[in-house]
Design a protein around this ligand. Structure first.
Ligand code: RP5
Length: 159
């Protein structure tokens, strides 16, 4: 199963780099596309409505400002959609966070923190791992490594 990463503008790409890196680390394939809910809505529709046939299991959708893209993606699919609010305005990303989190009842989007692309990728991996024991083991390794790193740093503080 693949992850589809859809962003509202090419200007969002730097924020999404950690998601791409994380998926690569887990060996999870990604499709990446720029498509805007407002500027190229037909492209959004066509990309999302054909994604399951291409092996996509989860969407990560990122947008800034009046960030309608994740919600629109969710309206076209029953696959899980993870929303990443992008900080690109004078409102510091709060505009995007609220736009993405405040979905109407019936069409959920799992909303990450502002610029929270790494956690979006980890959450996507966790979703795919529910049906993939090898991926579950990689997640367990990741947690063990993270805990060891925390303890290594903590040891320097208490030494
Ligand atoms: C949103 O508007 C995009 O997702 C981007 O975060 C923001 C600004 O887009 P550009 O004006 O940089 O293309 O739709």
């Amino acid at each position: 199963m693949k992850v589809a990463i859809i962003m509202g503008s090419d200007s969002d790409l730097p924020v999404l780099e950690p998601a791409l890196k994380t998926l690569e680390e887990f060996g999870v394939a990604a499709e990446v596309v720029v498509a805007s809910a407002h500027r190229t809505p037909q492209k959004v529709h066509d990309f999302v409505s054909t994604a399951a046939d291409r092996g996509v299991g989860v969407f990560i959708a990122a947008a800034g400002a009046a960030a309608h893209l994740p919600g629109v993606v969710a309206s076209f699919t029953t696959l899980p959609v993870i929303g990443v609010p992008v900080n690109c305005t004078s409102l510091g990303g709060m505009d995007a966070l609220l736009s993405i989190a405040q979905m109407p009842s019936g069409i959920p989007v799992a909303t990450m923190a502002i610029n929270g692309a790494k956690n979006a990728a980890l959450f996507a991996v966790q979703i795919l791992a529910t049906a993939d024991p090898a991926l579950r083991e990689k997640l367990a390794d990741y947690r063990r490594t993270m805990a060891a790193e925390v303890e290594r740093k903590a040891a320097k503080v208490t030494a």
